[in-house]
Design a protein around this ligand. Structure first.
Ligand SMILES: NC(=O)c1ccc[n+]([C@@H]2O[C@H](COP(=O)([O-])OP(=O)(O)OC[C@H]3O[C@@H](n4cnc5c(N)ncnc54)[C@H](OP(=O)(O)O)[C@@H]3O)[C@@H](O)[C@H]2O)c1
Length: 255
């Protein structure tokens, strides 16, 4: 077997946001690499449907959780997952929501929702993953957080979204320091990826604005699979010497 082959045989990987877009593509690719997926998002029916598209659908599990509300219960959920499935080898935290709002209409509720899903969930997932019996013992494991170019570049109306993603970037570095060498912690910093979220964000934009936005990505808009490739790599042993960093997958947007 080529050493560039990725095989997660008998390994459980938890993916939040697994029902749609980037999370779905990553969970599906993980299943194609023989991983067993613990799929998480709010809507049970969407999760069930997503899993039917994975390789060996009967091998995966799903748990419906609203991360905007129940983020604090994640350590308990991870204990339950470990009991019902087995210890986890990795986590990809991808669930998220969009937000384009001028600062004049900032509300505490919308700020909380963004921070709960993106940032607090990342921290409570990490707390849960460190519990005895939740991650596989005597093996290096990996956490990957879904970040965005919005963490390091400005766009009008994106301050709340940017705050959450920039926060994640900080979490990655401190957690990597705290959890090495047993748990690697990294992020994928993505540019615009054509997903249902992207469709919602661009639905009311004039064609010209969409073309300008696309042109800022030297390689055009990305696909969910472009991010899945990077996420699965960071979750795998091929990335065993990579921690505390962000892989930029943005079609050249930042440069
Ligand atoms: N698309 C892009 O251009 C892009 C670029 C950079 C970063 N990102 C980030 O990548 C991630 C995935 O984005 P996407 O484009 O794939 O979006 P998407 O297609 O809208 O998928 C979002 C996922 O998050 C889940 N989710 C949303 N709110 C949730 C909540 N409160 N609790 C639990 N799960 C929740 C959704 O499932 P349910 O509806 O079933 O809950 C869905 O599975 C997001 O964090 C996004 O901010 C996206």
């Amino acid at each position: 077997m080529s050493r560039f082959q990725i095989d997660f045989k008998n390994k459980w990987i938890l993916v939040t946001g697994a029902s749609s877009g980037i999370g779905f593509a990553t969970a599906k690719l993980l299943s194609e690499c023989n991983a067993r997926v613990v799929a998480i998002s709010r809507q049970e029916e969407k999760l069930k449907t997503a899993i039917t598209h994975f390789k060996n659908p009967e091998q995966h599990r799903h748990y419906a959780v609203d991360l905007a509300i129940d983020y604090e219960t994640l350590p308990a959920l991870l204990k339950k997952v470990a009991l019902e499935c087995g210890p986890l080898s990795g986590i990809f935290h991808c669930a998220g929501i969009e937000s384009i709002r001028p600062i004049q209409i900032l509300s505490n509720k919308s700020l909380d929702e963004m921070l709960n899903i993106t940032l607090k969930s990342a921290l409570f997932l990490a707390k849960g993953f460190c519990q005895k019996g939740v991650s596989v013992a005597d093996e290096q494991t990996s956490m990957v957080f879904m970040s965005s170019v919005a963490a390091v570049t400005g766009q009008k109306g994106m301050s709340v979204y940017s705050a959450a993603r920039a926060g994640l970037e900080g979490v990655v570095r401190s957690l990597a320091t705290e959890l090495a060498p047993r748990i690697r912690v990294n992020a994928v910093m993505a540019g615009a990826i054509e997903t249902p979220m992207h469709t919602r964000l661009t639905a009311n934009l004039p064609e010209e604005s969409i073309n300008d936005y696309r042109a800022k990505h030297l390689l055009g808009f990305g696909t969910p699979e472009d991010v899945a490739n990077a996420s699965v790599f960071l979750l795998s042993d091929l990335a065993k010497w990579i921690t505390g960093t962000s892989m930029v997958v943005d079609g050249g947007y930042i440069c």
